[in-house]
Design a protein around this ligand. Sequence first.
Ligand code: SF4
Length: 345
Amino acid sequence: MPGIHSPEALREHFRLTPSEKAWREDASGVPLGITEHYLSLIDGQDPTDPLRRQVVPTAGENITLPYEESDPQAEEGHSVTPRLVHRYTNRAAFLVTDICPMYCRHCFRRRFTGNLAGPACSDEIARAADYVGSHPEIREVLFTGGDPLTLDNSALKSVFEAFRSRRADLIIRLCTRYPVSDPDRIDDALCAMVASFSTAPVFVLTQFNHPRELCLQSRRALDRLHRFGLQVFNQTVLLRGVNDDSAVLAELFENLLGCYVKPYYLFQCDLVAGTGTFRVPLCRGMEIYRELSTKVSGLALPVYAIDLPGGRGKVNLGTAVISPAGEGFVDILTPEGARVRYPDK
Ligand code: SF4
């Protein structure tokens, strides 16, 4: 597989900074993987390049802060079959595979992603689909991982068939970063196959984090999805040194909208072990969001949201009640009225 998949190849391609050199591969982290396409977008001469920061590991990944966890969304505790997470009443996440073509250093699902267990087997697919079939309160299922598009079209079709055959009314979200990492994977055959399961909406959820990721090939992939009637939503992660600037975000969201992609969420980076160097302090994030909201239209403005630790769900930071709690922490009031302490650093 072309691209970079080993520390040796990384050293050959980049002149590494001391922090990049000091990174140690660690079983609890995500593996190293950069696609050839994404590599071509990185400015190799610039150690602070925002695209490089997303895929080249640094020593910061080997540090776990006291308030970080391997599974802050408590997915393991909400797993109802080996690959199905049922955390919210009306939706569930099916972890199609733990493999990605490229590994984002800020990945929130690092407890699972890159374990190299591979795609769900037919028994795991059937058990998850049976569960969804017998739980009509589940209205939406996310096909996620890992990246489901690492499966070939026929294997991915089997996953769609398993769920569709039990629930023609199920809304499916296909979560993939391929439009960013390897956009040529989004070809006519794939789009036609996915669109053929549209007895109920099938949405594509992707993750563009920087305007430079929206290159010609990516635009072509997004255009193709649009032509096949597949609506695309984008979920950006707010990342220090990548997009913690309202002008950068405004350019990204306006350009996405021009590609028929609705900017859906801007996520505060989760409290996942080893991601401290990416986190933008919460109050600074809210300042950036306020600036952003004066720059773009309502249509181009995503919801700025946080996933509360312990699997306590999402809070919209645009409307949340937040109060200082001292020593670099704030209290966030949940919609249910609970106070959750959260770092602002
Ligand atoms: S593509 Fe998604 S699952 Fe894969 S490493 Fe990136 S954030 Fe994690």
